[in-house]
Every structure is written in C-alpha cells, then in structure tokens.
Design a protein around this ligand. Sequence first.
Ligand code: NAD
Length: 386
Amino acid sequence: MKRKLRMGMVGGGPGAFIGEVHRKAARLDGKIEVAAGAFDIDPVKSRQMGEELKLAPSRVYGNYQEMLAAEAVLPANERIDFVSVTTPNNWHFPIAKAALETGFHVMCEKPMTMTVAEAMELKKVVEKSGKVFGLMHTYPGYPMVKLAKDLVKQGKLGKIRRVVISYVQGWLAKAIEKDGQMQASWRTDPKQSGAGGCVGDIGTHAANLAEYITGSRITDICADLNSFVEGRLLDDDGNCLLRMENGIRGVMYCSQIAVSEENNLSIWVYGTEGGIEWHQVNPNQLVVKSIGKATEIWERGSDYVNNCSKAAARSSRIPAGHPEGYLEAFANHYSNFADTVLAKEAGEAPDALMLDFPGVDDGIEGMVFIGKVVESAKSGQKWIKL
Ligand code: NAD
C-alpha cells in the first residue's frame, strides 16, 4: 500500500498541549496525514481547529461518535485509517474502544485508561478487533534510550542490579488549577485524571522507561505519596522503592512541585560490569560507564551508535551534532506504528523493529503501577517510626 495513512484525531483543540505535538510528529516522516478530527469537547472549538488545520469542513466533527460513524461509511480510499486519542485520561477508554470496534487502528495517549479493569477490557477489544494499538509513552521513542536498551540486552553492562529514576517538574507548585489553568484543572481532578496525580501523569512514564531499558518488569512497590498544595485531591509528589524482575532494585521519585524544574527526567542503570545514564534535557547523549575505564559520552547519529543498535539507527534522522528531540521521539513511535499498520494491511508480518512502540500491555502495566503505588502509599506498611 503506497500511500499515506489518514489520521482522525480526538482532542488537540485550541490551546491544548499534546494534540499539536502529535500532529507535527505524525506528519514528520511523510507516512501520515491529518484527515479528520473531533478536536475539542466544545464542537465550536473543534470546527475552529479544523479551519486552522485547513481541513475540509465535512471532515471536522462535533464529537468522536459523529466522527466514527461518518468516517466508517466513507469510501475506503477516503476514510481515516486510525484514530489518535489526545484527550484527558477519562476519555481514553471509551474513545479507543469505540474506534477499535468501528474498525480503526488506534494511537492513544497515556495513562491508557482510568482503571485496571478498563485496561484489561481494552486488551480484549484490541485482540478481537485485530487492529494495531499504540500507546504514547514518549521516552522509548528516543534513539539513545533504544541504544541503552540494546546495550543492556547485549550484556554490555553485565547483570543489571540497580535502577534510579527521577522525573521532576515544578509547574504545579502553586494551585494554578484554581485559576482555571487548562492542563492543571483536569490533571488535579480524580474524575478526569484517575487515582493518581503526579504518579499517573509522569510516574507512569518513569516506570515504563525503567522497564523498557532493563527489559524487566516492576514486581513490588513501597511508595509514599504527597499532596503538598493545600486542597489538592491528588498527589503532586512521591517516592517509590522498586523491586523488579531478575533481582533488580530501584528507586524512583517524581514531583510536580519541584520549583523551576521543567521536564527533568533522568535514569541511571547499573550492572555488574558497567552503567548508563540518560537525561531527557540532553537526549542526544548517553553516558556509558565500564569498570576500570574512563566514562564515555556516546552521541546520537554516530557510526559507533548505529553499529551497536539497529533501533537507534532506524530512529535517527540527521547526523551527529545536529540535535533531535521531543517531536522526533513521538515521530519514531508514529513511524513504527504506521509501518506496522501498513505491513498488516499488506498481509505481511511486521518485523521486530517496526513493533518497537508501546502497546496495550504497557498500558495495563501502567494502570497496575498507578493502582499499586496509591495502595502502597495509603497502607503505611513497611515504615518504622524512630
Ligand atoms: P489539554 O487539556 O491541553 O488538552 C485536552 C484537549 O482534549 C482539549 O482540546 C479538550 O477540549 C479536548 N477534549 C476533552 N474531552 C474531549 C472529548 N470528549 N472529545 C474531543 N476532545 C476532547 O491536555 P494535554 O495536556 O494535551 O493532555 C492530553 C492527554 O495527553 C492526557 O491524557 C495526558 O496524560 C497526555 N499527555 C501525554 C504526554 C506525553 O509525553 N506522552 C504529554 C502531555 C500530555
């Protein structure tokens, strides 16, 4: 099938954050076009967004139900191929489920659903539909994160023992939700955000990153969550001890009240022979450590990186020294997702490199993680008073 895939977006209306990132990233490699959308909870704003995007008015809808029903009866060479879900969390499950059941592939924002039960149900829907489902956990989309995973897989660090992850932001240090700030308002409301605040919003990214790089799952948690801002119903900060498969031990801390921090995500992984560290603020470099040797800084796009990791090479567009970043990480997921859809539609089996994007199982793990962190934080178990 030699054509662009057609995307129908839900969310991403005027003033929204991540919808525009998805639109730019999806189009970056020329494999996808934005063909339709129900962009806003307010139908008037949805049409306004459609005009800004120069879409045909007939392809801009007042809500997602209208979009699915109308697109499903368009000729096959016009109708959308997949739906991109970029709404607040409470809408992910109903929209993704309806889109799959109508016969569309889905790319969905995280956290995947509001509850573990919904996540399990969505997996069944994905399986029954036979459609492709992608979950936008951004950070495995970075080439140097893919390199880190491959170095671990190739045994370059020896047996992995220790993971440390910090993900800190400061934008929720004050109660800006009380002034109606769009992104803060729904994130601090359990009915729209789910059981976790900071842990659901950015903790799930951190957990997903640790599992992606190590290839080992989190099995046990001891967590402490805080709501520092008075009156806030959900956590805005937390610490977590992790036990992972294969004897790995970890520490994670996440915060959205760490004043002046922007999107400061870092991970350190240590094995018996070496270690790596990666910092999202400097994503083109991976720090690589080996016992008895000088610490090295590996640069994205260089031959030695590309020779070591096919996944890093495939997800890198321009030579070393010319930075790639956030948009490209999203684009890498979209590119692999598109290749997987196209392979399936051509009746071919997608290869492992194409399938390197998060999916429904990552979504279930994310929901279990949120639930267990909240449960652990409430339980008080494990702490001993001095
Ligand atoms: P936002 O508040 O900026 O935008 C949400 C948009 O969705 C708005 O335009 C709103 O009108 C629209 N919307 C709400 N309900 C709708 C419905 N039923 N139908 C159509 N449109 C609807 O939110 P945001 O910050 O862009 O976050 C959106 C989602 O993206 C969240 O789930 C969030 O967790 C996720 N997110 C992911 C990343 C990442 O790195 N992957 C980063 C930021 C946000």
